[in-house]
Ligand binder design. Sequence first.
Ligand code: ZN
Length: 184
Amino acid sequence: MSEKSVIDEAKQISLAIELITLGARLQVLQTETQISRRRLINLYKEIHGESPPKGMLPFSTDWYVTWLPNIHSSLFYNTYLYLRRNPARSRMQAVVNAYRLYLEQVPLQDDGKPVLTLTRAWMLIRFFESEMMQLSKCTRCAGKFVSHAYTLDQDFVCGICQPPSRAGKTRKAARARARTERSS
Ligand SMILES: [Zn+2]
């Protein structure tokens, strides 16, 4: 094995470790590294102490345009684009760094998880790369938000400028429900 390939392998393992630590599913690792599935499963077990979850990745673009996911996805994607401006940074390093910055900015949900998981963030990048999504500029705040490709967006207003009436009530309702259940 040449020296270059050893370095390359070390880089790939280091990327895999970063991705696994951030919660990536096995399919993400299999797509983005040349490490064998068996070794990836072992790495995953070593880091999380359990086997990686089985099952399909989320394939739908619809999730990203619902209210709260849209705000989180747009925050992540704008950060990613900004980081990609540095040509020295690889695509996956930009994904990892943008995702770390995203985690620093947002509060976790009641279940301790972020709204946008790393796997969803990665899928979003892939959807943009296959031109299934676009950015639409909000006519009020001028922020750029994730939307389906070919959306007619001349009059687009984002979910922050115009939140749906139920926004913010879901969590309160859940807490109230939990209180009622505890007291009964
Ligand atoms: Zn707006």
